[in-house]
Design a protein around this ligand. Sequence first.
Ligand code: ZN
Ligand code: ZN
Length: 358
Amino acid sequence: MSDTPGYNSGVSRDPAADLLAIAVELERAGEAAYRVRAFRRAAQTAAATDPADLADRAAQGTLAKLPGLGEVTARCVAESLAGEEPVYLRRLLATAGTPLDEAVEALHRALRGDCHSHSDWSDGSEPISAMADAARALGREYLVLTDHSPRLTVARGLTAERLEQQLAEVERLNAGYGDGFRLLSGIEVDILDDGSLDQTGELLGRLDVVVASVHSKLRAPTEVMTPRMLAAVADPHTDILGHCTGRVLRREGGGSATETRPESTFDAEAVFAACADRGVAVEINSRPDRLDPPKRLLRLAVEAGCLFAIDSDAHYSVQLDWLRFGCERAARCGVPVDRVVNTWPLDRLLAWTNRERG
Ligand SMILES: [Zn+2]
Ligand SMILES: [Zn+2]
C-alpha cells in the first residue's frame, strides 16, 4: 500500500491505490465481476480527481456524488484520505493468502453435525427417520431437528401439542441409534414482531437447540428490525440466529446469483455485537437459494467475535449435503474452525446450549 504524501496533514493514504488493491483482492477471491469493475472505476475516478477537491468532498460528505463513486467506494476514499486503511480492504486482506480449497476442505472435514433441518412434520418432505438416516450415512454425529413454530402456518408450524409429540418421537428414534449418532430435539422458532419467540418458554427450555429466525415483515425499516432482532438474541432460549437477512437468491445459468428477495435491513454491527456478547451463534445458511449472511456481513460477524453454525436448513435428505456451500463462504470470510459450534463434539455443543446466560 502506498504512503503517498498527504493532501493536507501528511498522513493520508492514496485512495486510488487502495481502491485498486480492493479490486485486485476481489478478483483473486473470485468475486462477481461487476463488483471488481465498480472498484476499478472508482479507482480511476479517484486518480483523475484533484486531491484538494477529493479532500473537500470528503469533508462535506459529497464524495459519492462524483461519477464512478458509490456509497461503499466513497467510504473507502474517505477512510484513505483520513490516513486509515479502508475497512473493506482490511477485511479482504485478513483472508488473503489462505489457500481457499484447503481451508474449505479442513472446515468441511471438521463438521460433526448439522443444527438446522426440517421433516414432514412441518414443511420438510421426508419423515424424521429418513432425515436422521441420511445424516448418519453422511457420517454426521448429530442432527438437530428444527421444524417450524405455530405461527408459520404456511409451513405447518408445530403447535405446542405437536411439538410434545415430536419430542416423544425423537426419544423413540434415539433408542434405536448406536453410540455414534444422536438426533437432537430443536425448533426453528419464529421471531415475532416484538422480538419474542413463537413457542412457550417451558417447551423451548426442554429442547436441545433453538434456532430463532425472522420469517415475516422482512421489509420493516432498520428502526423496527434492529430492536426486534436484539430482543430475540437476548432471549435466554436462543442459541442460533437463523438466516439473518432473510434474502432469497435465484441462480442464473452461469452460476451467478441475483437476489429475488432483498436483504432485510438492520444494524448488523449492533446485532452481531449482541450475539458475541450472549454467545449466540450466527447461522451460515448453506442453502444455494439463501447463502445468508452475505459475505460482507459474514466478515463483520467474524470481526465482532461471533460464534457460527454452518447449517443445511435441509427440507429433503439429499440437501443435508449442502454444508459444503456454507464452508466455502466461511473459509472465504476467515471464519475460524473452532468458532463453528457444529465442529464441536456433542457434549460440548450441549454444554453450550445449556449455558448460563446472564
Ligand atoms: Zn427459516
Ligand atoms: Zn429452516
